[in-house]
Design a protein around this ligand. Sequence first.
Ligand SMILES: Cc1cc2nc3c(=O)[nH]c(=O)nc-3n(C[C@H](O)[C@H](O)[C@H](O)COP(=O)(O)OP(=O)(O)OC[C@H]3O[C@@H](n4cnc5c(N)ncnc54)[C@H](O)[C@@H]3O)c2cc1C
Length: 464
Amino acid sequence: MQLPRFTLAAAMAALMLVAQPEPAAAGSGAALVVGAGVSGLKAALDLATKGFTVTVLEARDGVGGRIQTESTPFGPLELGAQWIHGTDNPIWTLAGSRSWKLLPSNSESGAELEATATGAKAVTDAEAAAWDTQFAKLETYIANLQANAENSETLQSGVDKFVSTRGIAGRKKIGLDARIESNWVQEYAASPSKLSLNWFDNEPEITGEDSILAAGYTATLIHYLESALKAKGGKIVLNAPVTNIAYGTSAGVTITAGGAKYTGKFAVITLPVGVLQSGSVTFQPALPSAKAAAIKYLGMGVLNKVILGFPDSAKWATGNWIERIPLLTDAGRWREFFSLRGITGKPVIVAFTAGEAAKYPAGTTDDELVSGAVSALRGMFGAANIPDPTYSYVTRWHEDPYSLGSYSVVAPGAKGTERTALAATLNRLLYFAGEATSKTWPSTVPGAWQSGIDAATKAARDWA
Ligand SMILES: Cc1cc2nc3c(=O)[nH]c(=O)nc-3n(C[C@H](O)[C@H](O)[C@H](O)COP(=O)(O)OP(=O)(O)OC[C@H]3O[C@@H](n4cnc5c(N)ncnc54)[C@H](O)[C@@H]3O)c2cc1C
């Protein structure tokens, strides 16, 4: 049978390629990137800049991942990342170099109130200072335990020892719980029972004041990355949930996403830890044991927001933060409120719920959560001062199939090497990035950004 001319020509070309493989020119290969969050977009941009042909596969119908800014009558409001924490990081530097307006967000400014059956009362300065001192002692106690604790121990076990050896009860216990909530549960988005005693805080301290991007993270960082990538010829495929990653195939890497197959010489994987743990993406061959253990012992914290926009007539405490000691009936919610009024001038309050309390039981409705947050505010500031909100948004990051949580934590059982093991390259075919791979700025936007740079640098070096 005679082959049609074009088929014959294609077959001959393929044979010639097999017979005489041309070494690829530096950066000329096809690179795949899984995930269009900060880490994926930054890795893709750097690879495209180095001359690779880049395709980003993203499950959602838009880019940004855990950065999602809503445009609202109250200005841009963040559903995910809110702050640039400190000044010693590449996002703060980038904001300066691109002249993105930053609004200072003093983390110390605010009020502390204690809910009562009929309303709330202010925590006195003397009691607040005593609770701060007591928490500082707990921190020292935990640091000392870390020298000898088993890796299986939880932060909660350390707290329990402190409480029992010091006989902490009554008002002191209320104060200790309040400080644990604001310093650890809200910070790491996880309850102490879900954190590794030895490794939960194994990262450098952040220095410098927090700030907020006036135009929001999406209009600045994400827009910059997306447009720069497209200008370099990078392609982003949306609505393409990856289900299988086969590495070591004849093509290099073959990825199944949204029913289609994509091939590349190598791939950068930026899947969040929650997604990696869920098994919704399979790897062929299965990930080696060191990588699987890293995924197992990095947990996913949960931080959820109830964002409320009020009429201008609403009144609450000045300052950025309102700490609230809740009632037992609050189910661990309504402990921490962030007011944007002193920062953006808009009457907006964000109620944060973290850890186990943020994994709302099935059937919990948005209305229930909004009215719970509003009732807590009315209890503190009076019903006359807190009218019905005219805007609300409830996040449920724990149920989002493409993050399954808010950001990574180090879970009990970890050895402290998990972030490095997660970042390790597999066979010069799979490069891993994402906030969970960062040892310097884990769980944050700068960590995600830097991990994208690192993965692209390693891949470009291997494939030069
Ligand atoms: C409520 C909240 C508050 C936060 N606050 C701050 C803060 O104030 N400051 C700060 O620095 N950080 C904060 N963070 C953390 C910060 O948002 C993240 O660390 C960072 O955005 C993570 O970027 P990433 O690229 O690693 O992951 P992601 O942004 O999650 O990117 C991964 C991408 O992969 C995609 N994906 C998932 N599964 C698949 C699949 N199967 N196929 C294809 N694509 C898939 C996702 O949709 C996503 O786009 C917060 C996060 C949350 C949720």
